[in-house]
Design a protein around this ligand. Structure first.
Ligand code: 5GP
Length: 213
């Protein structure tokens, strides 16, 4: 009996991984620093099996809490500029004096697999993403109050008072902008971490459910 020829099948369905799905979603999570957004983002990543966190590139100095290649890809200004020139970013922005950007290729590869891709980015980046991909789902995390936010920034003991004040000023502007720029589909107030995580999970699951119908 002649054997059928071995051919490479171009159908991606033949090359699926166990975590691949049919309903990819580009999720943008923003919020001022100190609002608990990283904790919420990482909890979402752990709780949704096909979720994948997009590791941004940045020129900001690495802190003791950061792991290179896990939290960020830490780049020099020259490396960052080179990647802009090569059009490798889906979006990029300057935040509090440092460059941050999302690399396009890994995001697109994961979306093609039907994954939930999480971008934890600032308001300027979210605006760029929303204009390039209007189907992105934007969630903005709010602090219970501005006073509370300032307290949380100080409690992290991560930066000098000068840096804290710079981040606090940026945060106030960010909140005002987020409420008016149309880049966000939902707002979550983080007055209680567990509750905020639950709210984020419910929102994301129902959005995917709605889109798969
Ligand atoms: P941090 O220095 O505290 O890690 O981040 C500062 C701000 O930059 C945060 O609001 C964070 O969400 C944002 N950020 C992190 N990665 C990116 C990115 O790839 N693009 C943009 N536009 N903002 C980012």
């Amino acid at each position: 009996m002649p054997q059928p020829p071995l051919v490479f099948s171009p159908d991606p369905a033949d090359h699926r991984l166990p975590s691949d799905t049919d309903n990819g979603l580009l999720l943008v999570i923003s919020g001022p620093s100190g609002v608990g957004k990283t904790t919420i983002t990482r909890a979402v990543e752990r709780s949704i099996p096909d979720a994948t966190f997009s590791i941004s590139a940045t020129t900001r100095p690495k802190t003791d809490a950061d792991v290179d290649g896990v939290d960020y890809h830490f780049l020099t200004s020259e490396q960052f500029t080179d990647r802009i020139a090569k059009d490798e970013f889906l979006e990029h922005a300057v935040y509090a004096g440092n460059c941050y950007g999302t690399l396009r290729a890994p995001v697109e590869a994961q979306l093609e697999r039907g994954r939930l891709v999480i971008l934890e980015i600032d308001v300027q980046g979210a605006e760029q993403v929303k204009s390039k991909r209007p189907d992105a789902f934007g969630v903005f995390i709010l602090p219970p109050s501005e006073d509370e936010l300032l307290e949380r920034l100080r409690a992290r003991k991560r930066e000098s008072e000068e840096v804290i004040q710079r981040r606090f000023a940026a945060a106030r502007e960010e909140i005002a902008r987020a409420k008016n720029n149309g880049a966000y589909d939902a707002f979550i107030t983080n007055d209680n971490l567990d509750r905020a995580i639950e709210e984020a999970l419910t929102l994301i699951r129902s959005e995917r459910e709605r889109r798969s119908r």
